[in-house]
Design a protein around this ligand. Structure first.
Ligand code: GLA
Length: 728
């Protein structure tokens, strides 16, 4: 890992064993991108675009003959001087003019990886990371920009963010501050993104990059199930196991824009950052603004390579360290068993059965504070309904603790209903536009987290439940997008800051929670996976992936999220059959296996299970407890299956290999393909833990395995191989 400046060539080269990132300072003033990709020893200005005179173009004061700003690969582009591609930055001066001329000024190399005030970001020690800080300035406009580039060890990722300082005497309005802008050479690329909706998150969307702009975004105030704040540019031959991939991911939970532009000449510019629409941040003289952090990821080992880089980064440098590599408790969540109709008797019965099954944590989901048994009432006051739970939450916690289980509780701290005392007393604490009726979402509104008083109210409310130690886990839910975006406390100059300030407010509360209750396990949730993003993972080690608990639908949801997130961050539950969301029936074995490579929970009424099913659940949990340490240490692979009727995953640790193959539908014509394992030690032997058969690592990878013909839809084959000491 090193950051080198070649003064003669005016080249800045950030490198580790995996990647190089190279920039050139042209004519002492223009910061131009030269390369990002596999590591090179050093750089001698190879691969530079050859310019020639073109019509309908601008001319510039630059020593590169015929270079036009129209296709110069600017490191941090603005629109104003003839670069008409997507800009990374736009600021308006007090005169109302949107104009800046950012010139390279200086740079410095720092040990370590700086944090970003108020925002989640990757952390790393001084020994394992290094940061380049480049300063560009426009003194006339009063703008100084610090461009940050960090590398961590030999990980094939680069962390990027920007800090903007108002060095002038008048306010500046920031309209656009992208977290990352990358220039890639002209060639064919595929684009990959993850799209979806409530209960069908993280679907893969792959298509050839074409001329023009392709963009993925959220303007819903949070990251959203509609689009993940991610995209990748792939070599067209890329698959799970092979090919080149450039991945872009934003460590942020609010509105975002992720886009790639293929320009008139086929050059590509890729960007990710806060969505400029609805965003305007006023920077007073002397103030600074920090963008969220973006992750730039490179893999020449296909999509699995990209995923492994993200997984390593997030497990070791983002997710709270206290939990990141720790097996999580197997939980029973009350939602699909009780919905809002909760009672102490039900809790006691479920907890009793849960204990016998080996479950370690009972989670009381929604309903405990509702006046009725629907999600329509009582949101925001957080007063336990003692008609349902006499003695309150302490009584429920006591029952659960007495059974020897941990106790968890559901909250939706950001929401408020019109019937709440909170709303009656503090209507201005709610996001709304005065004089207009508010838009309801799931019968509720959102608190204005940009207000400190509101944040203090939420912290005090949570503290009142957490301080006496009754609660071991909370599920932090959020069930609607932001609308009527306005904070009554922000004046004209700051209205455009509302959405970002909402997210900063959320992070402030989550940070307080993490600092005050470091042992508390917090699970993120937003109508399932609507806020499944790396910003949240900085505060919470696991996130509920979807309200859809159907095992068949879950394979694509979990497969999609696994592109970015380590399996331990993806919470997955075994529920009842027929499934409540889809009506589909799958076997208990399939439901368990589909959840078991991830963070396992159960979400069903155990009183509806037969004694055989309860025994099966007990056996499953015993099995899971034996393998969960190896799973959390292991590397997760998605496999290319021999046909589209199967989906295959595996987890390979130093000692074990767990293989999951789902046969989607029984089809006698298509079930004899070979499934190739990967990531094994070719020279070691592996023993099938069930049958005792022994195979060579290379044999399992090169020849592969077959699975029997089973007359069942959604059948899962699960194999466990243990690595042996002796060689074939
Ligand atoms: C959301 C969550 C569910 C459940 C309900 C409760 O939809 O995603 O898991 O907690 O809220 O109202």
């Amino acid at each position: 890992m090193s950051i080198i400046f070649d003064e003669k060539q005016q080249i800045l080269h950030i490198k580790n064993k995996a990647v190089s990132y190279i920039m050139e300072i042209v004519d002492g003033k223009y910061l131009v991108h030269r390369y990002f990709g596999p590591s090179v020893r050093s750089y001698h200005k190879t691969g530079i675009p050859q310019y020639f005179k073109r019509g309908y173009a601008t001319e510039h004061d630059i020593s590169i003959p015929h270079a036009s700003f129209d296709d110069l690969p600017f490191e941090y582009p603005v629109r104003e001087h003839g670069d008409f591609r997507i800009p990374a930055f736009a600021a308006e001066s007090a005169s109302g003019i949107v104009y800046s001329d950012l010139r390279f000024s200086s740079f410095e190399v720092q040990k370590g990886k700086p944090g970003i005030p108020g925002l989640p970001s990757v952390f790393a020690s001084e020994e394992e990371s290094e940061t380049l800080k480049i300063i560009c300035e426009d003194p006339k406009a009063g703008i100084r920009i610090f461009l940050y580039y960090s590398v961590i060890g030999d990980l094939a990722v680069l962390l990027r963010h920007q800090e903007i300082e108002n060095t002038g005497k008048k306010p500046l309005k920031l309209h656009n501050v992208q977290s990352l802008s990358l220039e890639l050479p002209a060639r064919s690329y595929d684009v990959l993104s993850l799209y979806g909706s409530h209960a069908k998150e993280a679907n893969k969307n792959r298509f050839p990059l074409h001329h023009g702009i392709q963009r993925f975004e959220s303007l819903r105030g949070s990251s959203s199930p509609q689009n993940q704040q991610f995209f990748a540019l792939l070599s067209p031959d890329a698959a799970e196991e092979k090919g080149e991939v450039y991945g872009f991911h934003l460590i942020y939970s609010g509105n975002f824009l992720a886009q790639a532009e293929c320009d008139q000449f086929g050059n590509v510019r890729a960007q990710i950052g806060i969505h400029p629409e609805n965003f305007c941040w006023t920077l007073e003289p002397g103030e600074t603004f920090s963008s969220p952090e973006a992750v730039l990821n490179y893999s020449d080992e296909g999509l699995n390579g990209m995923s492994h880089n993200f997984h390593q980064l997030y497990l070791n440098h983002l997710i709270p360290s206290h939990f990141a590599r720790r097996p999580r408790p197997v939980l029973l969540n009350s939602w699909e068993a009780m919905y809002c109709d909760v009672s102490l008797e039900k809790i006691e019965t479920q907890a009793e059965l849960a204990k016998k099954a080996g479950i370690e944590l009972f989670v009381l989901d929604d309903g405990w504070f509702r006046s009725g048994n629907t999600t329509r009432t009582s949101m925001g006051d957080w007063i336990c309904n003692e008609n349902k739970l006499p003695g309150g939450i302490s009584a429920a916690a006591r029952i659960v603790h007495e059974k020897g289980l941990q106790f968890g509780l559901w909250f939706e701290p950001e929401a408020v209903g019109k019937d709440s005392i909170l709303y009656q007393e503090h209507p201005d604490w709610v996001i709304h536009v005065p004089g207009y009726s508010m838009t309801e979402g799931r019968h509720e509104y959102l608190l204005d987290l940009s207000q400190k008083t509101v944040r203090d109210y939420i912290k005090n409310m949570l503290h009142s439940y957490l301080k006496n130690g009754d609660i071991d886990y909370i599920k932090w839910d959020m069930n609607r997008p932001l609308t009527d975006v306005n904070s009554v406390l922000l004046d004209y100059n700051h209205k455009g800051e509302t959405s970002h300030r909402y997210i900063l407010g959320l992070y402030d509360i989550l940070n307080w929670l993490k600092q005050t209750y470091p042992e508390l396990l917090v699970e993120g949730c937003s109508s399932g996976g609507a806020r499944f993003d790396p910003g949240m993972l900085y505060y919470v080690p696991q996130i509920w992936a979807s309200d859809n608990t159907d095992a068949y639908d879950r394979i694509s949801i979990q497969d999609g999220f696994s592109l970015l997130y380590p399996p331990s961050a993806i919470s997955s539950h075994v529920s009842i059959t027929p499934n409540h969301q889809t009506g589909r029936s799958t076997s208990l074995e399939t439901r368990y296996r589909t959840a078991s490579l991830f963070t396992l929970g159960y979400e069903l009424d155990l009183t509806l299970c037969s004694s055989e099913e309860l025994k099966e659940i007990r056996d499953q949990i015993r099995d899971y407890k034996q393998i969960r340490s190896a799973l959390i240490q292991g590397v997760f692979y998605r496999h290319t299956s021999p046909d589209d009727n199967h989906l295959m995953w595996s987890v390979v640790s130093d000692t074990d290999c767990f293989v999951y193959i789902m046969q989607k539908f029984h089809d006698p014509l298509r079930s004899h393909g070979r499934f190739h394992l990967c990531g094994l030690d070719a020279d070691s032997d592996y023993q099938n833990a069930d049958t005792g058969e022994i195979f060579c690592g290379d044999e399992l990878m090169k020849i592969g395995i077959t699975v029997p013909l089973i007359k069942e839809d959604f059948h899962v084959f699960f194999l466990h191989f243990q690595k042996m000491e002796l060689k074939c």
